[in-house]
Design a protein around this ligand. Structure first.
Ligand code: EPU
Length: 336
């Protein structure tokens, strides 16, 4: 384990933004992590898969890259397996590993960018399934003390794209591993989400296996979402706004054609992608920063955009959506 100086972070963030770390260290085990923590370094920047962040400046202090690897079955009974994955494993590769072993529960979350360790922070979700549905617990090291803690599913207080790691415990812990409970038979296929149903029908599949569902999700995501290896991006840049009943009523009168989901009797989620498209930004390009042509919720880096340029586009969008619809959309990605 060596601490390097002035390291480029371009290959460590899926937006492909140039930014320099003053100091940089990559840890490959919990023991190494505990050698670094607690640290006297005043500014500590935790780097996982770099898939949910926008770097708008150079990073002062120490960048701590979590490169913890390994997958281990903890226990198995008649129809379930409890499996632990280290934080530095790539999320999609872990999903594929599980599908290969016929462990069900994560197939709808195929191809989500990022690492396993960051998946609980925002309770990743797609196509009707969220991480919290199979999450058992995670282990984490407290930054201030270097002590290990375990968080159960209930303790994480998961919500839509959120958990305690984004609220009360924000910036206090480093997740080192995540344990899931997955099915080994009688998989609970979640195929009600329209796009999955359509894709399976297109492929003439009636009794879908978890592999079929994963393949359908991969096909849908590939058709809508750009591959960060080809076009820098961070997935959905904004969260879908959740509005109250009165705001929703007024909105629906003016825009009866708008898609929406009822969250509770009194709260409604409106797709930010729709708002951004209606506001005229879909496929728009401003220098090397832009809005994806197939999914307006995704901002992209065409090559050499700076983080500041991407941020300026995001703010332009936020302002116009507020002006056109009276609705405030907030970023889902972390801004530094
Ligand atoms: N829409 C548009 N224009 C667009 C994009 C979307 O009109 O440019 C409309 C669609 O027609 C549809 C609705 O908006 O009626 C919802 O679109 P979609 O099903 O693509 O889902 P989303 O709400 O835009 C969310 C997640 C995605 C996830 C998909 C599928 C958030 C912030 N995003 O997007 O997550 O893949 O659902 O479940 O909740 C991510 O977090 O990085 C991500 C990609």
């Amino acid at each position: 384990m060596t601490i390097e100086q002035n390291v480029s972070l371009k290959n460590y963030n899926t937006f492909g933004i140039e930014s320099t770390a003053e100091y940089f260290v990559s840890v490959t085990s919990v023991a190494e992590l505990k050698e670094v923590l607690p640290t006297n370094e005043k500014e500590l920047f935790i780097l996982g898969g770099g898939s949910n962040m926008l770097l708008t400046k150079d990073i002062k202090g120490l960048v701590l890259h979590l490169n913890l690897k390994g997958i281990e079955v903890q226990k198995q009974n008649n129809d379930h397996v409890e499996i632990t994955c280290m934080a530095g494993e790539n999320w999609h590769e872990f999903v594929l590993y599980c599908i290969d072993k016929n462990y069900g529960g994560l197939e709808n979350l195929s191809l989500i960018p990022g690492n396993v360790g960051t998946s609980p922070i925002q309770n990743i979700g797609a196509y009707g399934v969220e991480l919290k549905d199979t999450f058992v617990r995670c282990n984490a090291v407290e930054i201030a003390t270097g002590k290990e803690h375990t968080f159960t599913n209930a303790a994480c207080d998961f919500g839509y794209r959120t958990s305690i790691f984004k609220t009360s415990e924000k910036g206090k812990f480093i997740i080192t591993s995540v344990t899931f409970s997955l099915t080994t038979k009688n998989h609970d296929h979640s195929v009600s989400y329209g796009a999955i149903k359509d894709e399976l029908a297109k492929q003439h599949i009636s009794a879908a296996t978890i592999k079929d569902i994963s393949n359908a999700v991969i096909a849908i995501r590939k058709s809508k979402l750009p591959d960060p290896a080809e076009l820098g991006n961070s997935g959905s840049f904004f969260k879908n706004p959740v509005v109250d009943a009165e705001t929703f009523r007024n909105f629906k009168i003016k825009f009866p054609e708008a898609p929406y989901y009822e969250v509770t009797n009194t709260t409604f989620k409106i797709p930010a992608g729709w708002l951004i498209e209606q506001a005229g930004f879909k496929g728009k390009r401003f220098g090397d920063a832009g809005v994806h042509k197939n999914q307006a919720l995704v901002l992209v880096n065409y090559g050499n955009a700076t983080g500041k340029e991407i941020w300026d586009v995001a703010m332009k969008i936020q302002k116009k959506v507020r002006k056109d619809f009276g609705i405030f959309i907030e970023p889902e990605v972390n801004i530094f």
